[in-house]
Design a protein around this ligand. Structure first.
Ligand code: NAI
Length: 222
C-alpha cells in the first residue's frame, strides 16, 4: 500500500463513488468507458475524473478509455475492500439492528461478527444470523474473532468509555455514529457518520435555492 500514501484525502473520499458507478457499469456489461462518458453519468467534469484516476498511474488509454473491470478492481484494492474486515456493532438498538440487517456490507467484505448491548432483553436475540451478546464479553470476542472495526451505535454519553475499551482490546477502526468526538491514539482511525449533518447540508442547499428563486421573483416585479 506504499504508493497509496501519496493520494490526497479528497481523492480517496471520491473513490467509493467511482467504485459504485463502475460496479453499475459492470452490471450493465460495459467493459470500457471514456472519461467523457463517465463524466456525463457521474455529473463531474471529465478533467476531474482524469485527474483523480491519474493518481494511480493512469488506468486510461488514449482512444480506448478506461477498462471498467480493471479500474473497479484497482479501486477496491486501494480502498482495501478486496479483503475481509471483521466488524462488530456496539449498541443493538434501532440503528445497530438496521446496520446488521443491511446485507450489502458483506458484499464489500465487511463481515458482521457480533453485536453487543447492555440490555438483558436484547442479549441472546439474533438479527439476520448475528447474535446480540453481553458487553461484558467484548474483549475476549474481539481477540477470538480478529475484529478490526467496531461500529458505535450507543448513546453519546457511553461512547468515550466504550471507545477506550475497544482500543485497549485492539480495535483499529471505529465507525462512530454517536454524536460525540472520540479521543483515540494515532494508530486508531475514526470515521464519524452523522446523518443529521448531511440533512443540515441539504437544508442549506434547499433554502439557498428557495432564497434565490424568491430574489428573482422580486426582481421581476420591481
Ligand atoms: P437506541 O436507544 O434504539 O439504541 C441504543 C442501544 O445502545 C440500546 O439498545 C442500549 O441498550 C445500548 N447501549 C446503551 N449503553 C450501552 C453500552 N454501554 N454498551 C452497549 N450497549 C449500550 O438508539 P438508536 O436510535 O439506535 O441510536 C443509537 C445512537 O446512534 C444514539 O447515540 C443516536 O444519537 C445515534 N444516532 C446517530 C445517527 C447518525 O447519523 N450518526 C443516526 C441515528 C442515531
Amino acid at each position: 500500500m506504499t504508493e497509496e500514501r501519496q493520494i490526497s484525502k479528497a481523492v480517496i473520499s471520491r473513490l467509493p463513488r467511482y467504485y459504485r458507478y463502475l460496479g453499475e457499469l459492470m452490471e450493465e456489461g460495459i467493459e470500457r468507458i471514456s472519461s467523457n462518458e463517465l463524466s456525463a453519468r457521474m455529473k463531474v467534469t471529465a478533467s476531474q475524473i482524469r485527474q483523480d484516476l491519474n493518481n494511480f498511474g493512469g488506468f486510461g488509454q488514449q482512444g480506448y478509455g478506461y477498462n471498467v473491470k480493471y479500474l473497479y478492481t484497482e479501486i477496491a484494492r486501494i480502498l482495501g475492500i478486496d479483503r475481509q474486515h471483521n466488524l462488530i456493532i456496539i449498541g443493538a438498538g434501532n440503528l445497530g439492528q438496521a446496520i446488521a440487517n443491511y446485507t450489502n456490507f458483506e458484499k464489500r467484505g465487511f463481515m458482521i461478527k457480533g453485536m453487543f448491548d447492555i440490555n438483558p432483553r436484547l442479549i441472546g436475540l439474533v438479527v439476520r444470523g448475528v447474535e446480540i451478546r453481553s458487553i461484558d464479553n467484548l474483549e475476549q470476542f474481539i481477540v477470538d474473532n480478529e475484529v478490526q472495526i467496531a461500529a458505535l451505535t450507543i448513546p453519546k454519553s457511553k461512547a468515550p468509555e466504550i471507545a477506550d475499551r475497544l482500543v485497549r482490546a485492539g480495535i483499529k477502526a471505529i465507525w462512530n455514529f454517536a454524536h460525540t468526538d472520540l479521543n483515540v491514539p494515532d494508530d486508531v482511525v475514526v470515521e464519524n457518520v452523522h446523518l443529521s449533518e448531511s440533512l443540515m447540508r441539504l437544508s442549506y442547499r434547499v433554502c439557498s435555492m428557495q432564497d434565490e428563486r424568491e430574489r428573482k421573483e422580486r426582481e421581476k416585479t420591481v
